[in-house]
Design a protein around this ligand. Structure first.
Ligand SMILES: [Zn+2]
Ligand SMILES: [Zn+2]
Length: 454
């Protein structure tokens, strides 16, 4: 088109042409998820830094949950707060649920955790936490987001903003859950016990992610099937008959019996469980006695047990009851002083089972949207978390995926010199915020858009 001719085109024709052109551009190229993430990222990183500096312990997530609830309300979500009923009277239910209805379609639940850990931060970052709080024993402890739940919350908020701004691209009901007390393994159950699925529509899918302290920042990783383990907490009280340390024959020594028990229960995993079924039995605490020359009355062992399959879980727990009793009989412990084995009903959690079909579907979505090499399949781990509980015993497909959070420079150093990478829960754990949140928002938003897309 010549310049001269353009000048003589009446203004309304030019305007109409311009509008048509821009409408065509919109139709051909809707605002991309990448562009939307880019736009939100600076404010999300700021949010991350302020959440990081103000962590709250499990069951005390008052300000954190109020902040997230407020942000969801601003976006147009209908928010219910103070969800969660605990058996422990010291914990308050600070769970939140934001619901956005957008026509007919599937219901997708996206979950973030809210809580931090009793860890004194040692990263030296400008936004490091200096928060202190009282733990349940009344001791003053440092508080830190050492598991990256602040990364999850910032990405959760980014996902909420993105999806609220793209309502023309999805239909159905989006349920955004802020779950408290994940670190105690109690928050998901507390929300369900409080009637979560009466308060919000029961989802067709449950999605969550956790940052990873092994993978480079921005990596998206998935593990189909069993991904995270069952956790059981077991206390074994080994009882004896105490007395003078110089007169062992007048006693039944629980210290010796405890030592035998610790060694004997190692055979559960090595001899009783199939080598193809993962299981862990760890004695993390052993306490007995107060003085060199006194044989105590009892020794208490505290164990964590990790398994995947229900039958393996039951077998390990049964062996943990049988072996201490057998050893006590062998040691001649009186019938009324047999060991007491108690399996906690509250400090437990079920394995996270990633629905294989849902996992494969999302892996395809991410492989298309992320650069080559940034999406990978990873093996299962024996750590545990409670997001699977929202799936009501596998009635609802669940996917918990991972987002790498580690500065690639540190990974390189680790590979070259063996310098260890600070793991989750370490006082030195410092995710690289920008690429981690970017990948978190993008992967989660694309997952929801795929499940609810028009
Ligand atoms: Zn954790
Ligand atoms: Zn965590």
């Amino acid at each position: 088109m010549s310049r001269q001719r353009a000048v003589v085109v009446p203004a309304f024709v030019a305007l109409a042409a311009l509008l048509a052109a821009s409408a065509a551009a919109v139709a051909a190229d809707p605002p991309s998820v990448d562009a939307a993430v880019d736009q939100e990222l600076p404010s999300l990183v700021q949010t991350y830094e302020s959440l990081h500096a103000a962590p709250e312990l499990s069951g005390h997530e008052e300000k954190t949950s109020a902040f997230l609830a407020g942000e969801l309300r601003k976006l147009g979500f209908t928010v219910i707060d103070h969800i969660g009923k605990y058996e422990d009277p010291d914990l308050v239910g600070y769970g939140i649920a934001g619901v956005m209805k957008n026509g007919d379609g599937p219901t997708v639940l996206v979950r973030t955790e809210l809580d931090a850990l009793p860890v004194t931060e040692a990263t030296g970052l400008p936004y490091a936490s200096h928060v202190q709080a009282l733990n349940p024993d009344g001791q003053t402890v440092g508080v830190m987001h050492a598991c990256g739940h602040d990364i999850h919350m910032s990405s959760f908020l980014g996902t909420a903003r993105l999806l609220a701004g793209m309502k023309d691209r999805w239909h159905g009901t989006l349920v955004m859950i802020g779950q408290p007390a994940e670190e105690l393994g109690k928050g998901a159950d507390a929300m369900l016990r409080d009637g979560l699925y009466d308060k919000v529509p029961r989802p067709d899918y449950v999605l969550a992610f956790h940052d990873s302290s092994d993978l480079a920042a921005g990596t998206v990783a998935y593990c189909p099937g069993y991904a995270l383990a069952n956790i059981d907490s077991v206390d074994i009280t080994i009882r004896g008959v105490g007395g003078h340390g110089a007169l062992p024959s007048h006693t039944k020594d629980p210290v010796v019996l405890a030592a035998q028990t610790v060694l004997a229960i190692q055979t559960i995993v090595s001899r009783e469980i199939s080598p193809l079924d993962p299981a862990v039995v760890t004695v993390g605490s052993i306490h007995g006695g107060a003085k060199r020359n006194v044989i105590p009355d009892q020794v208490v062992l505290q164990l964590t047990v990790r398994t995947y399959k229900q039958e393996v879980r039951e077998k390990v727990l049964a062996a943990l009851k049988r072996i201490p009793k057998g050893l006590a009989i062998a040691a001649g412990i009186p019938e009324d002083r047999m060991p007491i084995v108690s399996v906690s009903k509250t400090e437990r959690g079920d394995a996270t089972y990633n629905d294989p079909e849902l996992t494969a579907r999302m892996a395809k979505v991410w492989e298309k949207a992320f650069p080559k090499g940034q999406v990978e399949q990873i093996p299962p781990e024996m750590v545990s978390e409670d997001v699977g509980h929202f799936g009501l015993d596998r009635q609802i497909p669940v996917l918990q995926f991972r987002i790498g959070a580690v500065d690639p420079k540190l990974i390189q150093e680790h590979e070259e010199s063996g310098k260890p990478l600070p793991p989750l829960h370490s006082s030195l754990f410092a995710p690289l915020p920008e690429p981690t949140i970017r990948a978190g928002v993008k992967a989660m938003s694309l997952a929801v858009l795929d499940l609810m897309g028009k």
